[in-house]
Design a protein around this ligand. Sequence first.
Ligand code: COA
Length: 263
Amino acid sequence: MSGRDFQLKVERFDFSIKSLLALPGKGEVHVWHAATDQCTIDIERLTSILSPGEKLRAARFRFRSHRSQFILSHVMLRLLIARYLELETDQISFTYGANGKPGFARGGAEPELQFNLSHTEGLAVCAFAPHQRIGIDVEKVRSDFAMEEIAERFFSEAERQALCGLPTEESYYAFFRCWTRKEAYIKAIGDGLSHPLDQFDVSIAADSAALISTRPDALEASRWSIQAVPVPAGYVAALAIETPGDIPRSNGTLPMRRELTFS
Ligand SMILES: CC(C)(COP(=O)(O)OP(=O)(O)OC[C@H]1O[C@@H](n2cnc3c(N)ncnc32)[C@H](O)[C@@H]1OP(=O)(O)O)[C@@H](O)C(=O)NCCC(=O)NCCS
């Protein structure tokens, strides 16, 4: 299923955000991004927004740049949730799935809000949707690594075939498109790396992000939309979101494409 099934709104995040935010509506996904290496606000002051556990995690980073990236990513997430849900940042607590996926611990009255966070050198992104499970991944595009060996280890046979033969410059972008689409999906389902990466294929083309096929349940692919997220130059990001409604589990018949209407 293609990313056209939802409306994506992407905005640069401002750490001095004061105003409340309108929640994403049905069929909408909001993505926020922030540079974590150019923040002009005092990082110590921002750190006070974090929970004691987050402060402990931040303190464990050896390198200042990694610590700042972690702090700013988590401050951004807390501030956004607070502005969406009209909460103080210290009223927000998280629950964690079996493989570490954070969710919002609800007090009962808050509206439904799904989110996911990703950060890489110099950039953090947060995605929000009203109901469906969501995953996001951002990576800085690099060429100083053994691409073929990593693809051999993490990509499916079909993905490796699609990557092979591309011109060198294009192949690095294609690699990171594939990587972020795979990560967005395993983050959306919450499994992280416990999910076998060779049991599904994503597209690698720039103009058609998709979860192409899933194994052993072929219908799983039709339950998800994947979309490239426009982020600053030098980065690649992708989003995976569950399609709304119940799509029946595989029973040997072909999947019916659902027509989705959003306001
Ligand atoms: C969840 C996972 C997939 C994310 O890893 P990552 O790309 O290194 O990190 P990202 O910045 O995209 O995401 C991290 C955030 O996702 C969230 N997260 C953690 N576990 C998660 C899970 N199981 N599902 C969804 N989100 C999760 C957290 O908010 C986390 O932030 P924090 O670490 O600062 O607390 C992790 O399991 C992992 O180990 N990845 C290794 C990368 C890899 O080898 N990928 C191969 C794919 S082709």
